[in-house]
Design a protein around this ligand. Structure first.
Ligand SMILES: [Zn+2]
Length: 114
């Protein structure tokens, strides 16, 4: 049985039509959990789906991309590991960043003269 992260990838590639019909059928079969794959189907699944979609190297440093991030990477067409990604993505997470309060203060009315 696929892990939750693998299921997410399978569902994603099935929905988006990345798989040819034969592989799509296999992926759906694995997601459904039945009927069991024949050994030939299992080999096919492993070689043509699992090896291709469950492992992804970072575009910049070739570190592996965490499996949870693979659907996003497939969708965006950019595979980046957490180390290479922050510059681009962390903007939305900046609430917890120490810089933010300072910016907020700078944006308020000018301090009165003393
Ligand atoms: Zn990287």
């Amino acid at each position: 049985m696929p892990t939750a992260a693998e299921r997410a990838i399978l569902e994603y590639v099935v929905e988006t039509g990345y798989l040819v019909v034969r592989l799509k059928k296999l992926a759906k079969q694995v997601l459904a959990g039945s009927p069991p794959l024949s050994s030939q189907e299992e080999t096919s699944f492993r070689q043509e789906i699992a090896e291709k979609w469950f492992h992804l190297g970072c575009d910049q440093c070739t570190s592996p991309v965490p499996i949870e991030d693979i659907p996003v990477a497939i969708e965006s067409g950019v595979a980046l590991c957490p180390r290479c990604r922050p510059l681009e993505v962390d903007v939305g997470l900046a609430d917890s960043c120490a810089i933010v309060p300072r910016i907020r203060i700078d944006n308020t009315k000018p301090a009165p003269d003393r």
